[in-house]
Ligand binder design. Structure first.
Ligand code: DAH
Length: 358
């Protein structure tokens, strides 16, 4: 018996030593310890032996089993290390490889413009703020100096929620409520932009029920209209990438600013084509003004100490102008062909130093 055991151990040991792969090691393990393995069978045969024989053979078998298990484990570990090192060598990431074009998704032009707006205004010291899409009448209208029967409400085409259930909540019709939320939340000085989704029940070639705006708000001591003008001029020149672009400030009316203005950018219209930053034509792009003293009072800021300016702009409109996108409705069609044409590479994030579009 002991001769046979010796032979078995020698054979198993040399198979373990010769194994080159984890699969081969597993094969040896199953041949020895599997359900019908050689050692398993020998263990089973113990029950048929005499007490004396079982004692000596049993002890020898146990010793051999332990020895072979350790050899198997060691060899397995050794092969695993070799396999891992090989993988690390083979699968090294080549960071210099450019991404394959067919793998690249596209950034939607609205997202691209929002990133550009954040980059430009961020550079000018504006912080990012946001508010909820579902608003209360107070933030969307009342605190902005638009009381219930004010005619300005008619131009907003508001989506209202069921009054009895929600207490007259609505989908915000502009980003201006973020002004109110920010001023209730923070003490001046305040300098924020708030890009986001806005909603009006309006649906035609130039209006979508869901669109985007960006709001700007600056509150500090001694803020005047000159700050507003230079801020918007710097912004427009950076956004449209036209160093000499002129702006025209036209007197206008908004309940939450006094005085109020609408701003036009300089352009040249020529038989359906449009060039921004040159020429003698004008195109309206935003509304702005000095924050109305009543609005400041509504949020507990003393208008005798603090003043400020605000502006609001449609993001679709400036995106269409900058990137020559002819139809507003395509923004929301989810047509992959359109996105492939008008979208932006996800690896080129807009920065002032890196260029805002490419
Ligand atoms: N909230 C206005 C709108 O949607 C746009 C606007 C005009 C915002 C003037 C402002 C502003 O902050 O000062 O029509």
């Amino acid at each position: 018996m002991s001769l046979m055991l010796n032979e078995l151990q020698n054979k198993a040991s040399s198979r373990i030593a010769a194994a080159q792969t984890l699969a081969q090691i597993e094969e040896v393990r199953l041949d020895l310890f599997g359900k019908k393995g050689e050692l398993t069978n020998l263990m089973k045969s113990l029950s048929a032996m005499s007490d004396e024989e079982r004692r000596t053979t049993g002890a020898a078998l146990n010793q051999m089993r332990d020895h072979l298990r350790v050899s198997l484990d060691n060899k397995k570990e050794q092969l695993e290390t070799i396999a891992l090192n090989e993988r690390l060598q083979k699968e090294r990431l080549d960071l210099s490889l450019s991404p394959r074009p067919e793998m690249e998704g596209k950034i939607h032009p609205i997202s691209q413009t929002i990133d550009e707006l954040i980059a430009i205004f961020g550079e000018m010291g504006f912080a990012y703020a946001e508010g909820p899409d579902i608003e209360e009448d107070f933030h969307n209208f009342e605190a902005l100096n638009i009381p219930p029967e004010h005619p300005a409400r008619q131009s907003h085409d508001t989506f209202y929620f069921n009054e009895s259930v929600t207490g007259r909540k609505l989908l915000r019709t502009h980003t201006s409520p973020v002004q109110i939320r920010t001023m209730l939340d923070q003490k001046p000085p305040i300098k924020i932009i708030a890009p986001g989704r806005t909603f009006r029940c309006d649906d035609d070639a130039t209006h979508s029920p869901n669109f985007h705006q960006i709001e700007g708000l600056v509150i500090d001591k001694n803020i005047h209209m000159g700050h507003l003008q230079s801020c918007l001029l710097d912004f427009c020149r950076a956004f449209f990438q036209e160093d000499k672009l002129s702006l025209r400030f036209r007197p206008s009316f908004f309940p939450f600013t006094e005085p109020s203005a609408e701003v036009d950018i300089q352009c040249q219209k020529n038989k359906g084509s449009l060039k921004i930053g040159v020429g003698t034509d004008w195109l309206e792009i935003l509304g702005c003004g000095m924050v109305h003293p009543k609005v400041l009072q509504n949020v507990g800021i003393d208008p005798e100490i603090y003043q400020g300016f605000a502006f609001g702009m449609g993001i679709e409109r400036i995106t269409m102008l900058k990137y020559n996108i002819p139809d507003l409705r395509n923004f929301y069609d989810s047509d992959a062909r359109w996105l492939r044409h008008y979208g932006f590479s996800p690896v080129l994030l807009p920065t002032i130093t890196g260029g805002l579009s490419s």
